[in-house]
Design a protein around this ligand. Structure first.
Ligand SMILES: Cc1cc2nc3c(=O)[nH]c(=O)nc-3n(C[C@H](O)[C@H](O)[C@H](O)COP(=O)(O)O)c2cc1C
Length: 172
């Protein structure tokens, strides 16, 4: 499948096959896809915390109500002091870097025939504890990943894309 088809087919998956785990080799490919992300000054200021099938349910329950019972949850955290900072205004690239990594992981999962949902509606404090982050690491997003169940379908927001003319401005 080419990249455009992959992007057109992807939707946030919120129902997964119970008991069907994501094989370690697939997990590895997803994590590698994250590490291959471009980052400002190649700083790679992220950390990936992996909650596999044995612990996922317990870990997720502790930090969010957005629990889709996925067998794999990857929390993407950042260490802000490792990131590139724009001198002119002090802007820190850590969160953008982490979002690119998460996006690459999301599409890697998709290309492996898995579904995923990007979750930010969690308690940062509880997520830090549940996933075991260090003091100076900030949780940014959680990717819930697994095999889509038969009832899994796109949510109501999925098809609500803006018109391309409303978001693209040609500079003259
Ligand atoms: C930064 C970010 C945060 C999100 N947080 C959540 C979330 O907490 N819970 C959830 O169910 N979906 C979450 N989503 C998924 C979006 O709701 C979803 O991508 C959007 O509605 C478009 O639907 P689609 O992914 O099916 O195309 C998040 C997505 C992004 C990019």
């Amino acid at each position: 499948m080419n990249l455009m088809d992959l992007m057109k087919n992807r939707f946030s998956a919120r129902k997964f096959i119970v008991g069907k785990e994501v094989a370690p080799e697939m997990q590895k490919q997803i994590l590698e896809a994250g590490l291959l992300a471009p980052t400002a000054r190649n700083a790679q200021p992220f950390r990936f915390y992996v909650a596999g099938a044995q612990v996922s349910e317990e870990v997720i329950q502790k930090c969010t109500r957005a629990n889709f019972h996925a067998p794999l949850n990857i929390l993407i955290a950042v260490k802000k002091e490792e990131a590139w900072v724009r001198v002119i205004d002090g802007w820190n690239a850590a969160e953008v870097d982490s979002a690119i990594a998460a996006t690459q992981m999301m599409y890697m999962a998709e290309s492996l025939g898995l579904g995923s949902c990007w979750v930010c509606a969690f308690s940062p404090e509880d997520a830090k504890k549940a996933f075991g982050l260090k003091e100076d690491e900030i949780p940014i997003s959680i990717l819930s990943i697994g095999y889509k169940s038969e009832e899994c379908e796109p949510g109501p927001l999925h098809s609500q894309r803006k018109n391309i003319d409303d978001v693209v401005m040609y500079v003259k």
